[in-house]
Design a protein around this ligand. Structure first.
Ligand code: MN
Length: 234
């Protein structure tokens, strides 16, 4: 057995490593960073008041420890307008800088169904004031996720239905083929800005139909060929 020579003694408790279950195994995917793409479906860009021409994608991060894998989303504080955004989440098994689109699929471990939960009222205020988005996007438990389906089981995804139901009613509908920037291009662009690494997760944007949730709501997200996501708002 390979033991590290130096044993660290931490001055405060070591935080648990965020990790996501993997379909068909008891092993888990350890999370390093959590990136998100803004406005990646034309219809959603329009509903947010934007112009969906193919500008460069823009990115933000959520806190890695904001992932939720037990299906419980507590209504967060200091907001009265929390929105659901159903998204394809890409899990990376390798990394690098300046990865060409044609090589992007080589670093994909698999995919999850995710929710980029958003305090929309705080985001609107941040946009108005030209301030950062963290309070709107990176709050505690802001990133519910399904188990990850390895790419060997799903194939490299370029199309397929993506939907979200709230209390049995369809709220969001789209197709992965409608992404302004497909997954390969997202990885290529993101890797110009950041050194990507194993354990990184990328939320790839949401189709139209985003809306508010309230306590007691049951959210059910589905993406073709992936594990579904079930979340209750408490
Ligand atoms: Mn989003």
């Amino acid at each position: 057995m390979n033991l590290r020579e130096r044993v660290y003694e931490f001055v405060v408790d070591l935080a648990p490593l965020p990790a996501v279950p993997v379909v068909g195994t008891r092993r888990t995917f350890p999370v390093r960073r959590l990136y998100c793409v803004g406005r990646n479906y034309a219809e959603h860009t329009r509903e947010m008041g934007g112009d969906p021409k193919r500008e460069k994608p823009f990115f933000f991060q959520k806190a890695p420890d904001s992932i939720v894998t037990d299906g419980v989303f507590p209504y967060p504080p200091l907001t009265s307008d929390v929105h659901h955004e159903i998204e394809l989440v890409v899990a990376l098994k390798a990394g690098g800088q300046n990865i060409p689109s044609a090589k992007a699929k080589d670093i994909v471990y698999g995919y999850a169904t995710g929710l980029d939960m958003t305090r929309r009222d705080l985001q609107a205020e941040a946009k108005k004031q030209g301030r950062p988005w963290e309070a709107a996007k990176a709050f505690d438990r802001a990133a519910p996720l399904s188990a990850i389906t390895p790419i060997e089981q799903s194939g490299f995804l370029t199309k397929g239905a993506i939907t979200l139901d709230v209390n049995g009613e369809r709220r969001q509908t789209g197709d992965l083929a409608d992404m302004v920037w497909p997954v390969a291009d997202i990885i290529a662009e993101l890797s110009q800005l950041f050194l990507l690494a194993p354990g990184d997760l990328i939320f790839t944007g949401t189709p139209s139909g985003v809306g508010a949730v309230k306590r007691g709501d049951r959210l059910h997200g589905e993406i073709a060929r992936l594990a579904p996501l079930d979340v209750v708002v408490t």
